[in-house]
Design a protein. Structure first.
Length: 255
């Protein structure tokens, strides 16, 4: 089934990406960064739909080394950006966000943060990080290699954006509720069990040195981790997974 972006307000390259028309993509690369009426460029559309072959025709893969490490060492797929389950779901989230913006559930602070960190989100940037055995939990943890100032941007929590599945998600430790705004009940999940970026390795703590914040880029929300305090090199990064996470799991009494 070929899914079509609305015909008005986009260029031929958007349609070529959706139709997986590789010959057309190769000839229209000069349009790769031109946004449509909703603000999505063909590159961004390919990123958000996980179309790696199409992306390879449009831009260099700057994340190739991390992809290789994720695959070889952890049997995971490295995704520096959110990837939506379908084009229809991306449009659904976009539409809901427009509604929540009008109702004040997405505020100017969310929008300001989204625009301020737009380059970091678009590039999948993080400070130098390392995956090492955790000092507070079983398995691996996420460590910072250099000093971070309080309030420093660490990175977006990425993964597969899909409809939530309550019972299955309770057995998945890598699900993050994909909130679309303040007091906006969400039926969507960011699932990083088999795909995502380095932030999937950040463990829970009731005394965290990081915090998750909601950013809005004018189209879709992003969940981003920031330093709560000054963090020294080789420190494990942690954040509070929050009440929704522990509501369907055994809550640790302490850490």
């Amino acid at each position: 089934m070929i899914l079509r972006w609305h015909s008005a307000g986009h260029n031929k390259l958007h349609q070529a990406v959706l139709q997986e028309d590789y010959a057309q993509i190769a000839t229209l690369r000069e349009l790769a960064q031109i946004p449509d009426r909703w603000g999505f460029s063909p590159v961004q559309l390919a990123q958000l739909l996980g179309k790696q072959r199409e992306l390879a025709l449009l831009i260099p893969d700057l994340h190739a080394p991390k992809r290789q490490i994720f695959q070889e060492e952890y049997s995971l797929v490295y995704w520096p950006h959110l990837v939506f389950d379908s084009f229809a779901l991306l449009r659904r989230v976009y539409g809901l966000c427009r509604r929540y913006w009008r109702r004040g559930r997405i505020n100017r602070r969310h929008l300001w943060l989204g625009h301020y960190y737009a380059r970091e989100i678009a590039s999948g940037w993080t400070p130098p990080l390392a995956i090492r055995p955790s000092g507070i939990a079983e398995g691996q943890g996420l460590f910072v290699r250099e000093k971070l100032a309080s309030g420093a941007y660490i990175g977006e929590y990425t993964g597969w954006v899909r409809k939530d599945k309550k019972e299955l998600d309770a057995q998945n430790s890598y699900c993050f509720e994909y909130l679309l705004g303040i007091f906006a009940a969400s039926s969507f999940t960011i699932d990083a069990k088999y795909q995502g970026n380095l932030l999937r390795f950040a463990n829970h703590s009731f005394r965290p040195n990081c915090e998750a914040k909601l950013l809005f880029d004018g189209r879709i929300p992003h969940v981003v981790l920031f330093a709560k305090t000054t963090i020294l090199p080789n420190t494990e990064l942690t954040y509070d997974y929050g009440t929704p996470y522990w509501s369907c799991r055994e809550n640790p009494l302490s850490d």
